[in-house]
Design a protein around this ligand. Structure first.
Ligand SMILES: [Zn+2]
Length: 343
């Protein structure tokens, strides 16, 4: 089914876990290639398993399916499949997360992951019309020492990685635990983001800002609960990478109609809309634009604002070349025809 023009407005995707783009068909293909037997009869049965009941059943499936990702070729195929999908969804620039610790735990080394992903990313502009950057995430439910070892393992590949992030189970794993590794990454010239305020209260966002020094907050969904935090985020123009379909599927909010996106935009927050783990959460980023337009009654100017914000919030500011690319993308957003379409 082809996507409505509103959903295909040019945009950047800033909150996307590459492991969360694994579709059932590719999972079976890679499993066959690597001689792995999946505990599902076929893609249909696996697709049903994607309709998980809660966070834990999602995480169980998410980590168990990663077993099919073994070689550089597998990571290349995964990224290439995402980029092809993203192109259909109007994505012009993607800043892609990956979780090296989840792969190291299975004996897959940093170099295999980074080089495999990089192969697909390096030809993405030519093949898919999408510029890319790669962000390495630490699993916050692992130790600070493990994060530091991961940063060390990444040192030979820093020309391929723009920044670091922090993901996985938030509550009980505050940002302060990772102060040292963020300082070390900053000294290496890496950009900083972190998941915060998804399930955790606003104190998690404060810690990400004040202790880790993040430039962008992933989720920040609960920020409105703290007016002082809102003032800070607005004052410093700290972008939030919201993922509305993820929030519904993981039961952080009950229904999309309850999502605070509009209130957050009204409060002056620099909001972006993203897909998080699209193969698991029921839609890619263009689908997400369509869904919030329908459920929240977001008008065309707000759709354009979200698209513009995605480039403003991107890391396309590290060089004159990047700045020029960003200006070109924003011009595409401004020129995009929305008025005569029904959405
Ligand atoms: Zn995420």
């Amino acid at each position: 089914m082809s996507l409505a023009p509103l959903a295909r407005i040019p945009k950047a995707e800033l909150h996307l876990h590459i492991e969360g783009t694994l579709e059932p068909e590719l999972a079976f293909e890679l499993a066959a290639r690597n001689g792995i037997t999946l505990p599902y009869a076929d893609t249909e049965e696996l697709r049903k398993a994607y309709l998980f009941a809660d966070l834990q059943s999602f995480l169980d499936l998410y980590y168990s399916l990663m077993a099919v990702l073994v070689t550089e070729d597998d990571f290349e195929a995964l990224a290439d499949a995402y980029l092809a999908r993203a192109a259909e969804q109007g994505v012009r620039h993607a800043e892609i997360f990956f979780d090296p610790q989840a792969h190291a735990a299975r004996g897959v080394e940093m170099g295999t992951v980074v080089e495999g992903l990089h192969r697909a990313l390096a030809r993405s502009e030519a093949r898919h019309g999408i510029s890319t950057k790669l962000i390495m995430c630490f699993l916050r439910d692992r130790s600070a020492e493990s994060a530091m070892e991961t940063l060390e393992a990444a040192k030979p590949y820093l020309d391929r990685i723009v920044g670091i992030g922090l993901d996985s189970a938030e509550v009980g794993n505050p940002a302060s635990k990772f102060r040292e590794v963020y300082e070390a990454a900053g000294a290496l010239g890496l950009r900083k983001v972190a998941h915060a305020g998804e399930e955790g209260d606003p104190s998690y966002v404060w810690e990400a800002l004040d202790i880790l020094g993040v430039e962008r907050v992933d989720h920040g969904l609960r920020s409105l609960e703290d007016p002082e935090l809102v003032t800070r985020l607005v004052r410093d123009r700290i972008p939030l990478t919201l993922c509305p379909l993820s929030n519904v599927r993981l039961r952080t909010i009950d229904m999309l109609e309850d999502h605070p996106l509009v209130k957050m935009m009204d409060a002056g927050l620099l909001c972006t809309v993203n897909s998080d783990d699209p193969s698991y959460f029921g839609g890619y980023v263009g689908d997400t634009f369509h869904a919030v337009h329908e459920a929240l009654g977001i008008d065309h100017e707000r759709v354009r604002e979200l698209a513009r914000n995605s480039f403003v919030a991107s890391f396309l500011d590290g060089s004159a070349e990047d700045e020029a690319l960003r200006a070109r993308y924003i011009a595409e957003v401004e020129a995009y025809e929305l008025d005569d379409i029904s959405g």
